[in-house]
Design a protein around this ligand. Structure first.
Ligand SMILES: [Cu+2]
Length: 143
């Protein structure tokens, strides 16, 4: 147990050092969501996450526009499309891409607190396992 703790501290220190020296973190491309009226309780956000020098994971997301935010994946279950929480978050490969898109991984917005109309911009804070948190502007588009 002690060895594990030491390792975590070391890895965290290395990651922090790498970030501050190179400014190399996760790049978030094209965050967007679909329009939906207030009567629709839930929505989803999509984006492409581009990894830095080391592998990382998106572990949480949050915004005031939703009562609860979860990370989900869409799966086929006996020919029926269903969603389930993405266990352990969403992997972002080193210098690779994690794609969040309709029919795949997505940020699930549960109990929306506002309508999502074309042109709305929703600030969404992303929390990563390693990289510093980032707040991105999610653009609402015609679904
Ligand atoms: Cu979902």
């Amino acid at each position: 147990m002690r060895r594990t703790l030491t390792l975590i501290v070391l890895v965290t220190a290395l990651a922090a050092g790498a970030c501050s020296s190179t400014g190399d973190g996760i790049v978030v491309e094209d965050p967007w969501g679909r329009t939906s009226p207030m009567v629709t309780a839930n929505g989803a956000f999509y984006m492409v996450l581009i990894g830095g020098e080391g592998a990382d994971r998106l572990v949480a997301a949050d915004t005031n526009a939703c009562g609860t935010v979860e990370l989900h994946q869409t799966i086929m279950n006996d020919g029926v499309m269903t969603m389930q929480p993405a266990e352990g978050g969403i992997e972002i490969p080193a210098e690779g891409e994690a794609v969040l898109e309709p029919g795949g991984y997505h940020v699930m917005c549960i109990d929306k607190t506002q309508e999502f109309e074309v042109g709305d911009v929703i600030p969404l804070t992303l929390t990563f396992d390693q990289a510093d948190p980032q707040t991105v502007d999610v653009e609402i588009r015609e679904g």
